[in-house]
Design a protein around this ligand. Structure first.
Ligand SMILES: O=C(O)c1cc(C(=O)O)c2c(n1)C(=O)C(=O)c1cc(C(=O)O)[nH]c1-2
Length: 254
């Protein structure tokens, strides 16, 4: 007869698929960056043009990092079917053929805000912390188990509602924002659900043990932190009291 070994740590049973789904979504409810004060200011028209410029040029660093993290992910995938699926994420951002892609659409936004393209793409004016934060996402995806790396993209489950709020809020509240420059976010309204549907199915099918499921939930938490921390440093540098670090972009006075 098997004896119960009291020294063996209890192994928790895996969550049901419904519990796992709910655990992932509850991370977003608790800590997605739609709750950050900087977004409330941005969408509510409470920032001046210089502060919006600072947001857009720092966020460029995130845009620039996303296809690199997807390429880092793909470099580790041996399953051809998964690579065939994932590559569309790189095309979404870098473009393919006549489709200019999301980075180009982001630069249309920064053009519209009166920022010089070379300055934006050089990332010279970005806050020092922004670069470190976005690189931590690339590193995470390069180093973590594949299913955990996929899970870290699941914040996109929560993105469409913030994109809708941003399009409506910025168009309504800033005379320097026109419909054309919001094209980036409009396009994401269809891209993000496609990506997050796939990622959620993949994670549910491939995170089998309780430990794997918990690592995936932690990955969503990590990624919320990546998004949150980018807003923390913007708020710290550009919202009162403004504390722009040496060498970073300085808005012109209104
Ligand atoms: O504006 C936003 O709030 C927001 C959030 C996120 C997200 O939740 O990760 C992404 C995006 N936008 C986005 O535009 C985007 O292309 C994107 C890719 C990814 C990813 O992790 O692969 N997240 C996001």
């Amino acid at each position: 007869m098997d004896e119960i070994n009291p020294r063996r740590p209890a192994v928790s049973a895996p969550m049901s698929v419904e519990e796992f789904d709910a655990a992932i979504r509850s991370v977003g409810t608790e800590r997605y960056h739609d709750k950050h004060v900087f977004h409330k200011l941005l969408h509510g028209g409470k920032l001046n043009k210089g502060q919006v410029q600072a947001w857009a040029l720092n966020r460029y660093c995130y845009q620039e990092a996303v296809p690199r993290k997807d390429a880092a992910f793909m470099s580790r995938v041996h399953d051809r079917a998964l690579r065939r699926e994932w590559i569309s994420r790189i095309h979404d951002h870098d473009g393919l053929g006549d489709e200019p892609g999301g980075i180009e659409r982001w630069l249309i936004l920064t053009d519209g805000l009166g920022l010089d393209r070379d300055y934006v793409t050089s990332m010279r004016g970005a806050l020092p912390a922004t670069r470190h934060i976005v690189e931590s996402y690339v590193r995470f995806v390069r180093e973590q188990p594949l299913v955990v790396a996929v899970a870290s993209s699941l914040t996109e489950l929560f993105a469409p509602s913030i994109h809708r709020e941003r399009i409506a809020g910025m168009l309504e509240n800033y005379e320097f924002i026109g419909d054309g420059v919001m094209a980036y976010f409009r396009r994401r309204l269809s891209q993000a659900p496609r990506d997050s549907d796939f990622a959620l199915c993949y994670v549910k099918a491939n995170a089998i043990t309780r430990a794997e499921q918990e690592a995936c939930v932690d990955a969503v938490r990590f990624k919320c932190n990546v998004l949150w921390a980018q807003l923390d440093v913007l708020n710290h540098a550009y919202v009162t009291p403004a504390l722009v670090p040496p060498g970073a972009f300085v808005p012109e006075k209104d």
